[in-house]
Design a binder for this molecule. Structure first.
Ligand SMILES: Cc1cc2nc3c(=O)[nH]c(=O)nc-3n(C[C@H](O)[C@H](O)[C@H](O)COP(=O)(O)O)c2cc1C
Length: 191
């Protein structure tokens, strides 16, 4: 089947085939007028080490992304194996997505870090690129951190959530709370 004529059969087939690419799940969060906003996002990826850049794609239909864009900064929360309910909550449009979700402000931007997230990336939005029914959002990384708990990532594969059979602690079991990027410098390395 080809994309020659865009029809619902092709669209369905395209989604099914792309669903074979297993990924983690993130919640992209920001603050708007003192209140947290966020949405579930699978399309997050690391782009560059020098300078540190990450990216994700946001649907043009998203009602939350324009609010994140307006704040100019965001936090990428990498969800852990036990956070499927968090992913489901942030994939809904409308309603109070943050009801029952514990969070704390990030050190740099004061954007929301969802408690229990495996890792977080504090970002400043650098550029946006038009991409069909989505925009690709390129971000400068300002600060990163991860947990060393005995848990794995939340996964998404063929339209279903999953977890690894085994999980291992981050960075040989040593806790890594936060690695702030010095101005104009490199991220410190673990000795
Ligand atoms: C597993 C999963 C992955 C998703 N990944 C993305 C994504 O990469 N980009 C995106 O814009 N929406 C993604 N969504 C959909 C958004 O979470 C959802 O459309 C959005 O949160 C709707 O709420 P909003 O109107 O508040 O933006 C995903 C949803 C799920 C369940």
């Amino acid at each position: 089947m080809t994309a020659g004529a865009l029809d619902t059969d092709f669209t369905r087939h395209f989604r099914t085939v792309m669903g074979n690419f297993c990924s983690g799940i993130t919640v992209i969060s920001a603050m708007e007028d003192g209140a947290p906003v966020g949405f579930t996002c699978q399309s997050f990826f690391s782009v560059s080490l020098d300078p540190p850049l990450v990216a994700f794609s946001a649907a043009k239909t998203s009602t939350t992304f324009p609010r994140i864009r307006a704040s100019a900064t965001c936090c990428v929360n990498v969800l852990s194996a036990e956070q499927e309910p968090v992913s489901r909550s942030f994939a809904r449009s409308g309603g109070d997505k943050w009801a029952g979700i514990a969070w704390h402000p990030s050190a740099h931007n004061r954007d929301p870090i969802v408690d229990g997230a495996l890792a977080w990336v504090e970002c400043s939005i650098r550029a946006e690129f038009d991409a069909g029914d989505h925009v690709i959002v390129l971000c400068d990384v300002l600060d990163v951190g991860c947990e060393a708990r005995e848990t794995g990532p939340l996964l998404y594969f063929r339209g279903r959530y999953g977890v690894l059979a085994e999980s291992r602690p981050a960075e040989s079991g040593r806790p890594v709370r936060s690695r702030r990027r010095p101005h104009g410098g490199e991220l410190p390395r673990t000795p």
